[in-house]
Every structure is written in structure tokens, then in C-alpha cells.
Design a protein around this ligand. Structure first.
Ligand SMILES: Nc1ncnc2c1ncn2[C@@H]1O[C@H](COP(=O)(O)OP(=O)(O)OP(=O)(O)O)[C@@H](O)[C@H]1O
Ligand SMILES: [Mg+2]
Length: 460
């Protein structure tokens, strides 16, 4: 049976919003006055009513319930202000819920959005010792880990300087090094990694993967759906303080993207359709193993389609056709590794646009974005399209992918307007089949089929 690491039960959090700065003084005064009156008197009630006029409660979280098993990695996504940090702070124990309860089993380390928990006047070294002590390490244990922490943070001699002079990237380097060095049972990371430079982010992800492999439970907030897909077992889509969707990261990310890229007038409708979604792994039906052997022999497999393709509401134009063709101009969706062909995207416009961009990208089976192309290119003049026009963009492509199923997302957008004119996520699935002499795996086929071998050497 799975062991529960974090249990969140009916948690709500209300923040008090004051009408104006003076209300912070006036409300407690009326409140205190009410308390001085006899309890049941109408004067007391009037005082409390008066106090309540100076503020209202804003619910940042509403009735959240979650159970997270030991060793799971959960990603949380959602728009700015939807309550992600509030939820993480409540789980980390730095904020009290208004109602509901949280139970956490094991040693918790947290990299929260607001501050690193460091004392600005202390040096990096002193803060490492102070933080480690708070996390439950003895001085001897910290002595033993100090070199590992300092070398992971890699901030050189600045470790002996007060942290008030650190850059935000340096602060997060040190905070991440300390929090992950204590081998926490539960690690909470709130967007912290985006501050570090790319090399450091890479190092952090390796460290997170290692902690994951060792059984650490990970709670991870990021605006990058790619990071969530890469790292997490499940994803939670929070909206306005409630869980809108919980499911496989690729699936939840796709729904989230359809929501944030929607035009404002379509957003509520999309939200309602997401609320009604039952989560499922969008690629399950297109799994190569599910295909019949005889179907694999042909170049076009009828059943090989992305069964959960997500279509955004169109606004001024519509994608009416897309396809992949081989060099004999046949429509294909079953191709060998290293295939060369043409991707075509046709759209019809029912409004004038002077700045249209056509594009597509290719995702792996677990939602990782692998490649994408636009027309026109970044530097070229944008496309003018008129009401009634049908336009077809095409790209000659090669697909140097290892065997597996890949998903194409198509979109058209106008640079000067928010959202997409039209977009279809995972519109087309293409299966890359092994060549006779194939030996590549993972995502890209980097082999040179004519140049590989095994040599026996003399000596060492
Ligand atoms: N101390 C506070 N007093 C009043 N309102 C607050 C307070 N802290 C947060 N809020 C509000 O609660 C809501 C949720 O905030 P939270 O920081 O959890 O959002 P978030 O999802 O982490 O956003 P972001 O992506 O921008 O980090 C927001 O509307 C925010 O304005
Ligand atoms: Mg936040």
C-alpha cells in the first residue's frame, strides 16, 4: 500500500483585504470597543458590524483536498495569483490555513518564493549553519556536508560575505544547495529555479532527479509546463484557489495551455470544458504497441491519430487541413527514422490580418517539446491575409527521431493580438518505425548507420 507523505484536507485560506490604510487602525478600534460592551447588547453588534465595513475577506484557496504519496513528484501549474505559493506555504508550515488541515510526514525542506530564510546580515557560511540547524542537522553533520553545499552553490569567496550583498541568483544557489543537502523526505520548490542561470538550472534538475530516485517526495511549482512534464508524475492545475484538474503532466499541461492561450472571451467556456474533463493519458490509444502488426507495414495507419487532440476556439480564421507527405507526395504517418518529407498547414481566414505567423511543433509521447518551425522565419516580413483567403504554409523537414510516436501541434496567430487565431494541440500523430539496422533509443537518432563497430584492443 502507498504511504501518504502529504495530506491536505479541505484547506481554505482567506486573506483580509483592507479598504484603505486607515482601515487597519479603525477596524480593530471598533472591534475592541465591541468587546468592551456587554456581549448580547445591540451596541456590541453595531461595533462589530462597523469594524467589518473596513475590510473583506479574499479567498486565495478554497476547499483544497489532496493526498500525495511518498516518493511522488507533483507539479502545480496555474496563472499568476491562482494560489500556488499560498498552498505551498501552508504545506511547508510557514502559513496557517483559515480552515482545514494539513498533515506532513517526514523532514520538509522548502524553497519558497518569498525569501530564502537567510539572515541578510550573516555570511553565506553562517547562514548555511543556521539553516541546517533549523532543518534538524547537528553542527558535526553540517561540518561534514559543508564542502558539498559550498561546491554545489559554487559562489566562490562570496560564501564568506553577508548574504545581503548577494544577487538573487546567488541567493537561490545557496538556498537550493542547503535545502537539498539535508536529504529531505519532502522537498517543496516554488519557482525558485527560474532565477538561476542555465548551467545551474541543469545542475538543479539533475539533483532533483537524484532525490526523486532516492524516494524524496517533490512538490514543484513552475510556469514551465516543460519542466513539469520532464520532472513530475502528476500535475495539478490550480485556478482561482481551486483544483481545476489533476492528472498526467502531459495531459494537464495541454489543458492548461489551451486555457492560457485562449482569448479572454473564450476563457470561461474553456475552463468549464476542462472542469468536465476526466483525466486520461492522451497518448494511450496511440501507443505503438496497440497497433496491429499488418497496419505497421503500411505508410498510413488510420488508427494512428491523436485521440485527445485539443482544439482552441478560433478567432478570425481556422486551420482546415494539415498533413505530412513523403517525397513521392503520399500522405504518411508511419515513417522510418531519419525520414525526409513535407509538413503542410492550410488555413482559411474570415478577417483581415496583416501579421500572421503559421507554425507547428512536435512533442514526444510524454509531452516534451522537441522541435518547432514557423512561417515566416523570425526575421522575415509577416504574412498579410485577407478575409476569404485560404493559405497553405509548408516546410521541408527531416525527422531524426528514434522509434516512437510523436505529436504535431499546429497553430496560426496574429502577432498583434493575444492568443491564437486558431490552434490544434496534438492534431496529428506520426509513428517513427525502426530501420532494419536501428539501434537508437530515447528521442533522437544520432547514429551514422555506416560508421560504428566494436574493436578489441591489446592491453588496457
Ligand atoms: N498577504 C496577502 N494578503 C492579501 N492577499 C494575498 C496575500 N498573499 C497573497 N495574496 C493573494 O492571494 C492570491 C494567491 O496568491 P499566490 O501568491 O498564492 O499566487 P501564485 O499562484 O503563487 O501566483 P504567482 O504565479 O504570481 O506566483 C493572489 O490573489 C494574491 O494577491
Ligand atoms: Mg507564487
Amino acid at each position: 500500500m502507498n504511504e501518504i507523505a502529504i495530506s491536505v484536507k479541505n484547506v481554505s485560506k482567506a486573506y483580509r483585504i483592507w479598504n484603505d490604510p486607515a482601515a487597519r487602525i479603525k477596524a480593530p478600534l471598533w472591534d475592541s470597543l465591541g468587546r468592551l460592551m456587554p456581549r448580547q447588547s445591540s451596541y456590541a453588534g453595531k461595533c462589530f458590524e462597523k469594524a467589518a465595513q473596513y475590510f473583506h475577506d479574499f479567498y486565495a484557496l478554497r476547499d483544497i483536498s489532496l493526498e500525495i504519496n511518498k516518493g511522488e513528484c507533483i507539479g502545480i501549474i496555474g496563472r499568476n495569483g491562482c494560489g500556488k505559493s499560498t498552498l505551498l506555504q501552508i504545506i511547508a508550515g510557514t502559513l496557517q490555513p483559515t480552515t482545514g488541515s494539513v498533515q506532513v510526514h517526514g523532514r520538509v525542506a522548502a524553497l519558497l518564493e518569498l525569501g530564502s530564510g537567510f539572515n541578510p546580515e550573516y555570511t553565506g557560511r553562517e547562514n548555511v549553519y543556521m539553516n541546517a540547524a533549523i532543518l534538524g542537522l547537528t553542527k558535526e553533520e553540517t561540518d561534514a556536508k559543508f564542502y558539498t553545499i559550498a561546491s554545489f552553490a559554487d559562489i566562490g569567496q562570496f560564501i564568506e560575505q553577508p548574504v545581503k550583498i548577494y544577487s538573487s541568483g546567488m541567493l537561490i544557489r545557496l538556498a537550493f544547495a542547503v535545502q537539498t543537502a539535508i536529504d529531505p523526505d519532502i522537498l517543496i520548490v516554488d519557482e525558485a529555479l527560474s532565477v538561476g542561470d542555465e548551467a545551474f538550472q541543469r545542475k538543479c534538475f539533475s539533483r532533483l532527479k537524484l532525490l526523486q530516485a532516492e524516494g524524496t517526495t517533490l512538490l514543484f511549482v513552475s510556469h514551465s509546463t516543460q519542466q513539469i512534464v520532464h520532472l513530475c508524475d502528476h500535475a495539478i492545475f490550480l485556478d482561482e484557489g481551486s483544483v481545476l484538474l489533476l492528472g498526467p503532466p502531459g495531459f494537464v499541461s495541454k489543458q492548461y495551455e489551451s486555457f492560457i492561450f485562449a482569448t479572454p472571451e473564450n476563457r470561461n467556456r474553456i475552463k468549464e470544458s476542462i472542469r468536465g474533463t476526466t483525466t486520461c493519458d492522451s497518448v494511450a490509444i496511440a501507443d505503438p504497441a496497440a497497433l496491429q502488426r499488418e497496419e505497421i507495414m503500411s505508410d498510413f495507419v488510420k488508427n494512428l491519430m491523436a485521440p485527445k487532440s485539443q482544439e482552441y476556439a478560433s478567432s478570425g480564421g481556422e486551420i482546415i487541413h494539415f498533413e505530412l507527405r513523403d517525397n513521392q507526395n503520399r500522405v504518411v504517418n508511419l515513417v522510418p527514422s531519419g525520414f525526409a518529407g513535407v509538413v503542410r498547414l492550410r488555413a482559411h481566414f474570415n478577417r483581415d490580418f496583416h501579421d500572421v505567423v503559421f507554425g507547428f511543433h512536435i512533442k514526444s509521447i510524454n509531452g516534451l517539446e522537441l522541435a518547432g518551425l514557423t512561417y515566416p522565419s523570425m526575421q522575415a516580413k509577416l504574412v498579410e491575409c485577407h478575409r476569404g483567403d485560404t493559405m497553405e504554409a509548408y516546410w521541408h523537414v527531416t525527422m531524426p527521431f528514434a522509434p516512437g510516436t510523436y505529436f504535431f501541434t499546429f497553430g496560426i496567430r496574429s502577432v498583434s493580438q493575444p492568443g491564437f487565431i486558431h490552434r490544434i494541440v496534438d492534431a496529428m500523430a506520426v509513428k517513427v518505425v525502426p530501420n532494419a539496422d536501428s539501434f537508437s533509443f530515447c528521442i533522437f537518432d544520432i547514429s551514422d548507420k555506416n560508421a560504428y563497430g566494436l574493436e578489441k584492443l591489446n592491453g588496457r
